[in-house]
Ligand binder design. Sequence first.
Ligand SMILES: [Zn+2]
Length: 91
Amino acid sequence: MLHWLCPHCGVRCETSLPERVNTPCGLCVATATWEQLPAAAHRMIDDAIRRGNIPGLLAMRAADPPINLPHAMDALEYRHQAGVRPGDASS
Ligand SMILES: [Zn+2]
């Protein structure tokens, strides 16, 4: 395996693909992808994630532009870290 540090957040990454070395980690790519979406899509996806991870992934795929797997898994983790989680219907 090849190892490098993400140029954005410094997290340790590993890959078997030489062309991926020194590229941003999946979470940084997910963050950049997320920030390109309009606010309406953010609300729709966050509401879906609060209903469950699968609805969240489906909402990402339905967004414009869509977030498809495997990036959607990183985006889901990014939203979890931002405090958006299944079972949290308080907002
Ligand atoms: Zn990173």
